[in-house]
Write a protein that binds this ligand. Sequence first.
Ligand code: ATP
Ligand code: MG
Length: 738
Amino acid sequence: MSIYDTLNEQQKDAVLHTEGPVLILAGAGSGKTRVLTHRIAYLIEEKGVNPWNIMAITFTNKAAGEMRERVDKLVGFGSESIWVSTFHSSCVRILRRYIDRLGYDTNFVIYDADDQKSVMKDVCKRLCVDTKTYKEKALLSAISRAKDELIGPEQFELDHRGDMNGERIATIYKEYQKVLKHNNAVDFDDLICLTVELFKNNPDVLESYQDRLRYIMVDEYQDTNTAQFMLVSLLASKYKNLCVVGDDDQSIYKFRGANIANILNFEHVFPGAYTVKLEQNYRSTKNILKVANSVIKNNQSRKEKSLWTNNPEGEPIKLRQFTTGYEEADYVVRNIEKRVSTGEFHYKDCAILYRTNAQSRMFEEKLLMASIPYRIIGGVNFYARKEIKDLLAYLKTVDNARDDLAVRRIINVPKRGIGATTLTRVQEYAGEHGISFYEALKGASGIPSLGRSYMKVEPFVNFIQVLKSKAEHVSVKELLEEIIEETGYMRELRAEATDEALSRLENIDELISKVAAYEESTENPTLSGFLADVALVADIDSMDDSDDHVTLMTLHSAKGLEFPNVYMAGMEDGVFPSYMTVSSEDPTDLEEERRLCYVGITRAMRQLTMTCARQRMARGEIQYNRMSRFIKEIPEEYLSIGQPAKPKTELNQPTKRKLAFQDAKNAFKSKALDPKQFKVEKAGSLDYGVGDTVKHIKFGVGIVESITDGGRDFEVTVNFDKCGVKKMFAGFAKLKKI
Ligand SMILES: Nc1ncnc2c1ncn2[C@@H]1O[C@H](COP(=O)(O)OP(=O)(O)OP(=O)(O)O)[C@@H](O)[C@H]1O
Ligand SMILES: [Mg+2]
């Protein structure tokens, strides 16, 4: 039996149709990506095409990696010379060779968001732009939108003639490009634009790539923007062997310039394109598919599709509403634990999907507490995020300024103009006198080598000293809010108003909520107590590298992937659909959000669980949320609406409320929850005691200072030679007595 026998008729049709433009428009899970990989195999094996002549483009690195894996499996020998890549890395590769034709040097650097911002700051200063009216990030984002549409500075100027605001931006845009070029640097959007420019101005270069990349395939085509479409069109214009696959129902990047018109344009740019529809879904159970269809059919602007499956009916979709986000996270993690322990699923079969990155925090904590390996795709673990590390470093400095690393981390956050030389000198002085870095800063005026630069240091020290004295009589939450206010941290991010800034703001809100929850649930909350609590979860990064881990990610990053067991969390109006879309005047915003919901549902193969909470902390305040309107679009007969497990003891109202805010550790300590519900046993007895020397895999050697019974597990405090005192759970610290 050949690999092509596993394809249905329409899929086969698409695979065999190798010459000329092909457009495959089909619903989720219908085998679009599979058709692409089989098409590659077919081209090589049956058509004798050289792997070198084949290009496959996708959106994310993760998707490119998976595509590469699937192709390797099918094709075997020679597959490494197939060009499988994302748009951006394809362009880097091309520009590294030919960018000198555009007056750049081939060793150009690629600027990230921070670099872009500092260039923009300079540009604004030089052009005397009032950055109160024209925010740097807003300017950058206007430029980025223009680049998505392949509009260069000159064109931009022409387009905005007579519009003062537009003309001003055009001048800034011009200057910004000039600086970048002068620095031999490009930004992310330039990668695509410059490659297009290169091809347009250098027919010989274009032709060499056309001759090489004779068969081009693009996955997730619905999310390409104008610039990307132009790039592929140019490459394919000689041989016209371009096959694009996509699903208009899964278009979720309008905010990044993705253009649904590209789908319609395709037949315009490539007349006579062969169109294939795939209608059979192979991924999901009938129930999951029915739910997906019942949601997406509420979108007005879409092409009607009939997606069906031969797969079994499957279990109904589970819907669980909880009082708080803590209970929600607890349920999801316990459910995963239960289903893995019965052998129904492996960890790697399970995915937790949410709308924004900040939502990962509670799940991460619960997973850590339950010793379940997890990984976050397309994001960083909550406590490893820059803004969280910065703010925690402030808190640590205020609490105990002996943590040099923390002090050094924030001394120039926000920028205080304290130079590297000054820092080195302070460090040297501290070393010579055997005092901490902060102690040395405090006495900066007495450090001879500093000269007058000690004056730069003074405001920082004063600020910390004020915070220290405040810390004596305000709550941790108030202290944190004060730091955020005084450093201007949130203000700056709000002014940036980019997606990234928004996500950082959400993370900060989440940290405030964490503090508030800590203070609610602890008898004598203190700053040190809070930091120790955080250290329990923050210091332990995903425990091992096993491939068998739960996957956490945003709905956006889940595109194209599939998992047997999916949890969609935070299904609440104001969370998903997001607050911005709920309050938006533009109905197409809600439609985009609904497509995102469709993407989420259709990731599930066998089991889908949707969860929500009635009340959720936002910025440390309780917010009451209604169940997501998307859930209400699902006919009740497709849902199994279960009652979340109630704590065994009936609680009176205030305790109940309090319990809601407790984290796993504390919830366990309280008598209200049955310890047997937690599978992880506490380390039976420890083979080390106070005073013993132990070794930790990451922190090295240290001496045990104390051991307390944390109920669920022993909490061990160890003073490590290299990194100081750490508190950890014995169960997964896996300390070895030496
Ligand atoms: N003809 C087939 N026989 C058996 N399994 C199939 C067939 N076609 C597709 N599948 C399986 O169905 C699942 C979905 O396929 P694939 O990921 O290619 O769908 P897709 O259309 O790209 O989905 P998405 O829109 O989410 O990107 C995969 O597990 C794939 O192996
Ligand atoms: Mg796909």
